[in-house]
Write a protein that binds this ligand. Structure first.
Ligand code: AP5
Length: 199
């Protein structure tokens, strides 16, 4: 890719949200894209897991919730995300992976964006059939990857998070990506979707 086109692409796409069910490949795709765009990849799941590993007050509050595959309380998540997005590296843009996950979280994010006079550029929905998602989880081995917990995470996704796809689609922000293909193919599809919209 030529430098002038790359520069235009970078300038155009700065605030991105990854949506999609558990194990659809959000985390796998986030780091590379964020690096190319020179923005931080912010995974709320990773942040929470780090807090658990450190044994912090936040970690102790969320450990059981996460192990059961439930969602952490919206107010607690609002504090986590507000603090993270206030850091210097997020002032020029960010790739949010795993947030928002509820209507209340989407409203919180809208509020943060309004306060900073900014808007989302894209929401990228990576999706795959449920049997593929469960099979991937069982092959990964995280504490919340046991089948009953994965099914609960999927149930909560359908109930609480999937409606956000319609919400962002109605604003013309949703880019749908087939996550049931190879990692490189998914990466190319994301870049095409984001780049095409940016040109
Ligand atoms: P979080 O970490 O966000 O989990 P998740 O959304 O369930 O997503 P995963 O990390 O399971 O999957 P992913 O889509 O990132 O896929 P990945 O790339 O890893 O959240 C964990 C918990 O934290 C929640 O349950 C909740 O308790 C709490 N939490 C976090 N955010 C919250 C919020 N906003 N509000 C409330 N609670 C919150 O890939 C999965 C596997 O598939 C990997 O093994 C990977 O190698 C493989 N894979 C990826 N892509 C492909 C491909 N194309 N082909 C084959 N294999 C692939």
């Amino acid at each position: 890719m030529g430098s002038s086109r790359r520069a235009g692409f970078v300038a155009a796409a700065k605030r991105i949200v990854f949506l999609g069910p558990p194990n659809s490949g959000k985390g796998t795709q986030a780091a590379g894209l964020a690096e190319e765009l020179a923005i931080p990849a912010i995974s709320t799941g990773d942040m929470l897991r780090q807090s658990v590993a450190e044994g912090s007050a936040l970690g102790r509050r969320v450990e059981g919730v996460m192990a059961r595959g439930e969602l952490v309380d919206d107010d607690l998540m609002a504090d986590v995300v507000r603090q993270r997005l206030a850091k210097p590296d997020a002032q020029k843009g960010f790739l949010l992976d795993g947030y928002p996950r509820t209507q209340a979280q989407a409203a919180t994010l809208n509020g943060i964006l309004e306060e900073t006079g900014s808007v989302l550029d894209h929401t990228v929905l990576i999706d795959a059939p449920e049997d593929v998602l469960v099979a991937r989880a069982l092959g990964r081995g995280r504490v919340d990857d046991q089948e009953d917990v994965v099914r609960e995470r999927l149930r909560l996704y359908r109930e609480k998070t999937e409606p956000l796809n319609t919400y962002y689609d109605s604003q013309g922000l949703l880019r749908r990506i087939d996550g049931d293909q190879g990692v490189d193919e998914v990466a190319a599809a994301i870049r095409a979707a984001v780049g095409a919209a940016a040109e």
